[in-house]
Design a protein around this ligand. Structure first.
Ligand code: C2E
Ligand code: CA
Ligand code: CA
Length: 690
């Protein structure tokens, strides 16, 4: 019935107490002792679940039951259930929570687990409740539970073993952890082919990360376990701290640690469900995509802690500027989104955007300093600006970029024209096109130095655009556009010719013969004329080929490996050196490194930056140095800013370093001046570790 104490009333009560798991992710139903559904968050009253394994098993067993996976509407679903006892203590029915199986393995990241790894949840009955490898999610595969979780390790510390997975025979490092209170275990595996044998430290790092992924699953199971319990208690009208605990656990799985806002996983699920709902009821919703202006500058100048504090305060302010029913989430970095699920007219989105701009504009007091930040906002509407969640997000993002181009600190609605042929973009593109003819590009040079002697070992050429109105523009602001439009090819050619010419000019003035490194973009690397351009730059300037080093990134070679190997072999045949830039950021394919003819690896600055605060960055840095050593490569650390970082790298026998600690990138004349002040450029200095 509908009266007080009825199942429906209990659900309602749990809901108003904020104790129900989110209805967009979970559906909850209560069945009576005959298996007839008497209440639920989703339609289905009156239907019978008698005969279903999760009902029948709950009848026998008062612990939590993890039902067998079922396929419905093309998606695997899992149902967790547990029995409810009636006032006399007899079986009074079940409470069941159903959720997409894919959700449990949504923590699978290709970066961490590779394309052939595995993340899964397996029942004690040996049936996989969810299993993911690469992008493919499955369920129902049957294996022997004991083969995955041998008796002797049940309940003990998780161990790692290498063996062929019984379901697909792929050799993997497998790691299994039983969830003590529940009849399931987490399986995490890394394909051996995607692992690098020499870098054992690196492997350990991966496994730690994988363990973090499985923690999410552990949390989810705990939440679901807590649910049935909550329901029984709510019936008895007893609420104690265990409920608070269960809520806390659920909260952690769906929220961003830093700001406490919903995270990306939660948001994308919410968005697609809200879109379904809006479609059904012929309503509209708006999506606001926010990106802080100049956040990187703040982070760089005030430090990460201040940056974090700013993001937290930002989260609070955004939350304040919207209604309770609106959803604010943090996607990562300095990107936030706001979903307005109940829009009566588009003007409402304008009101919210204006309010957000005003709220953000209030000064922030952080790290004893008062400063202001602004935000750029892009708005997309549904229906209209995208049929699915990804398109709607992408278009809000496009509109946000438009807001940035409009001078930041404003909002823009998405429109068709924005997508490809916006006038502003055309203007930027044509000024970029002219920049070459107008001779607006400059090359700055930054030294690389020997780790022990401090001696300058070479330099890297870094591109700048001296824009007539906008001033000096950093490469990250225009290289993506240059890359997209293909302009990077002639610009890159100019860089090659100029760097070689400058190098020879310096030599003819009596400067020591130092190698110069030039960055290549993806498009340049794949350009058919690359070889001709490199040879041309060397011939025209007369620079010896061994003084030129070309910097490419891992992703460029991984894209099409056979082709990359051919290009690299051709370049090597000219006599130039090859460096892998930003090393460590695309680490899923490290194992392939030995197949490529490279001379140098440059450890990405982000690891160096975090050396003093992250054990993981430390072990990765060490592992990369070891890896470089084992392959006889020169290892260069980038972004070195402090004496402590130098010390660490020196102790771990890194070969060279580059960074603000020694020198900033400088225009040619200042570069030569700076060289004179650096140790060991032409005169030898004493090694600091004799
Ligand atoms: P990159 O190749 O990783 O270059 C290193 C970047 O780190 C440079 O930024 C440099 O100024 C900066 N940097 C150097 N030392 C430090 C330090 O101690 N701390 C910090 N925080 N940063 C440091 P920049 O010059 O803005 O260049 C950014 C990126 O643009 C480069 O990253 C490279 O990927 C690209 N790029 C630069 N010049 C060219 C070019 O001529 N062609 C192509 N295709 N890409 C280029
Ligand atoms: Ca570089
Ligand atoms: Ca780099």
């Amino acid at each position: 019935g509908e009266g007080e104490g009825s199942p429906a009333a209990v659900l309602e009560e749990l809901h108003s107490a904020g104790l129900m798991p989110h209805r967009m992710l979970f559906s909850v139903s209560i069945a009576d002792e005959a298996g007839r559904i008497v209440a639920g968050t989703h339609p289905g009253n009156g239907a019978s679940i008698a005969g279903m394994d999760y009902f029948e098993n709950a009848r026998q067993d008062d612990r939590m039951i993890v039902g067998r996976p079922r396929l419905g509407d093309g998606e695997w679903r899992l149902t967790f259930s547990r029995s409810i006892t009636d006032s006399g203590g007899a079986f009074g029915g079940t409470v069941a929570v159903s959720v997409h199986a894919g959700y449990f393995v949504s923590g699978y990241e290709a970066d961490v687990l590779g394309e052939h790894g595995v993340l899964g949840l397996v029942g004690r009955d040996g049936i996989f409740r969810a299993m993911r490898t690469g992008d493919s999610v499955s369920a129902g595969t049957i294996v022997g539970f004991e083969s995955l979780v041998p008796d002797d390790i049940i309940g003990s510390e998780p161990t790692t073993r290498i063996e062929n997975s019984p379901w697909d025979d792929v050799p993997r490092y497998t790691f299994t952890r039983e969830l003590f209170e529940y009849p399931v275990a987490i399986v995490v595996g890394l394909a051996r082919s995607e692992q690098l044998a020499p870098a054992t430290d690196l492997q350990r790092t991966y496994l730690w990360r994988a363990a973090a992924v499985s923690a999410v699953v552990v949390l989810l199971v705990a939440v679901l376990g807590g649910m049935g319990w909550q329901l029984q208690r709510a019936r008895a009208r007893v609420v104690d701290e265990r409920i608070a605990h269960a809520r806390q656990v659920e909260y952690m799985a769906f929220h961003d640690n830093l700001t406490g806002l919903p995270n990306r996983a939660y948001f994308s699920r919410t968005l697609s469900d809200e879109m379904q709902r809006v479609k059904r009821y012929r309503r509209r919703l708006a999506l606001l995509f926010l990106d802080l202006d100049r956040f990187k500058t703040i982070n760089d100048s005030l430090g990460h802690d201040a940056g974090d504090e700013l993001l937290q305060e930002m989260g609070r302010r955004l939350r304040e500027s919207v209604r309770e029913s609106d959803i604010v989430a943090r996607l990562g970095g300095d990107e936030f989104v706001i979903l307005l699920p109940e829009l009566s007219e588009p003007g409402q989105a304008t009101t919210v955007a204006e309010k957000v701009l005003a709220t953000v504009a209030r000064p922030f007091a952080i790290a004893g300093q008062e400063f202001r930040v602004t935000v750029s906002i892009g708005v997309s509407l549904f229906p209209g600006d995208g049929e699915d969640e990804q398109t709607l997000m992408k278009n809000a993002d496009v509109a946000m970029y438009h807001a940035k181009e409009q001078g930041k600190n404003n909002f823009q609605f998405y429109s068709e024209e924005l997508n490809t042929d916006s006038l502003e973009r055309l203007a930027l593109e044509s000024s970029l096109r002219n920049a070459l003819a107008q001779q607006e590009f400059r090359l700055y040079y930054q030294t690389k130095q020997d780790m022990t002697t401090g001696r300058v070992t070479g330099m890297e050429a870094l591109l700048r655009w001296q824009h007539p109105d906008l001033g000096l523009i950093a490469p990250m602001q225009f290289i993506p556009l240059a890359e997209e439009t293909g302009l990077i090819v002639p610009i890159g050619r100019w860089v090659l010719y100029t760097a070689c010419r400058q190098n020879v000019a310096w030599q003819s003035k009596g400067m020591e013969h130092l190698p110069v490194a030039v960055n290549l973009s993806a498009r340049q690397f794949l350009d058919d004329n690359l070889l001709r351009d490199v040879a041309g730059a060397l011939n025209e300037s007369g620079m010896p080929a061994e003084l030129l080093e070309l910097e490419i990134t891992e992703s460029m070679i991984m894209h099409d490996m056979p082709r990359a190997i051919r290009i690299l072999a051709d370049l090597k045949a000219l006599g130039v050196r090859i460096a892998i830039d930003d090393f460590g950021t695309g680490y899923s394919s490290l194992s392939k490194l030995k197949d490529f003819p490279v001379d140098t690896i440059k450890i990405d600055g982000s690891f160096i930056h975090d050396l003093d605060r992250s054990a993981e960055s430390m072990s990765l840095t060490e592992a990369i140095i070891d890896l470089g050593r084992s392959l006889s490569l020169t290892v260069v650390a980038e972004g070195v800013e402090t004496a402590e970082q130098v010390e660490f790298l020196r102790t771990h026998t890194c070969d060279q370093f580059q960074g603000f600690f020694a020198a900033h990138p400088l225009p040619p004349d200042e570069f030569t001046t700076a060289l004179r002040t650096l140790p060991g450029h032409s005169e030898r200095v004493e090694p600091s570790n004799p």
